[in-house]
Design a protein around this ligand. Structure first.
Ligand SMILES: *[C@@H]1O[C@H](CO)[C@@H](O)[C@H](O)[C@H]1NC(C)=O
Ligand SMILES: *[C@@H]1O[C@H](CO)[C@@H](O)[C@H](O)[C@H]1NC(C)=O
Ligand SMILES: *[C@@H]1O[C@H](CO)[C@@H](O)[C@H](O)[C@H]1NC(C)=O
Length: 235
């Protein structure tokens, strides 16, 4: 009995250590119906978690941490409130060139199946048919940058992620090494190339209020498409 009580006590201590910010236990938001806005922020956190950790599915606890941290940053720094994460690729989708029915069956039978063949917008179907391109939808929102190489290794089947062409110059990035957050706001004709970008680097303190500290805040003039985020922000 004593040992059991001690065990519980230690578990509480361990739990308390990560209670406030790092990896909150459970997340009721995963199970209750959500508003569109809440869903958007959950999806945003999932994408940031997958990008930061190169995982095939988002880690649930990391997703919760990112979602709560992002909420705290937006609440404490309204200047970045409207900046959202840029979706770089479509989760749960892959694009194949000249895939045989047999390969479709083999993919369907993996742990990542069952797949659905996506019906294309009629306007593009003619073009895509001549290129012999097939889009597949997977049942979960897998990270295509991890799923594609996994299918190549398992089955020798090549694919490409479905990249998103939408860009307004804005982005949010989670740095898995430091747990810091980068917010980017582009201005100018960002669909082609931003004229300048405003960068903010935030740290979210591991306390009850998720106190946010602004570490860096500066502008960079941009002349090229997709210029990289300055390396000094990855701290
Ligand atoms: C964010 O968007 C809201 C609603 O469109 C607007 O009223 C507000 O001024 C914007 N905030 C910033 C910092 O751009
Ligand atoms: C499309 O790809 C399949 C599978 O590789 C192949 O059998 C077929 O001949 C291709 N069709 C065209 C029009 O290239
Ligand atoms: C994938 O497998 C399921 C059965 O597990 C089947 O119902 C479905 O038609 C298959 N889809 C394709 C595209 O082959």
């Amino acid at each position: 009995m004593y040992a059991f009580n001690l065990f519980i006590f230690v578990m509480i201590l361990l739990g308390a250590h990560s209670l406030d910010c790092n990896y909150p236990k459970g997340d009721s938001n995963f199970y209750v119906p959500m508003t569109r806005k809440a869903q958007f922020f959950l999806r945003e956190a999932e994408l940031m978690a997958m990008e930061a950790t190169d995982s095939v599915l988002p880690n649930r606890q990391l997703t919760t941490k990112i979602r709560l941290d992002m909420e705290a940053i937006r609440a404490q720094f309204p200047i970045v409130r409207n900046i959202t994460h840029r979706k770089k690729w479509a989760p749960g989708k892959l694009r194949f060139q000249s895939i045989s029915p047999d390969d479709l069956r083999r993919i369907n039978e993996t742990e990542y199946g069952p797949i659905k063949i996506r019906h294309l917008n009629i306007r593009y179907r003619a073009v895509e048919n001549t290129l012999n391109i097939t889009y597949l939808n997977f049942p979960k929102l897998y990270n295509p940058l991890v799923l594609g190489p996994a299918l190549l290794e398992m089955l020798g089947i090549e694919s490409e992620p479905v990249m998103s062409i939408f860009r307004d110059g804005d982005d949010t990035i989670f740095n898995a090494e430091t747990s810091n957050y980068i917010f980017v706001k582009g201005s100018g004709k960002c669909f082609i190339s931003c004229e300048q970008k405003h960068f903010w680097l935030f740290m979210v303190k591991c306390n009850k209020n998720r106190e946010v500290v602004l570490i860096k805040d500066y502008m960079v003039r941009y002349n090229t498409l997709d210029s990289p985020v300055p390396t000094d922000l990855f701290i």
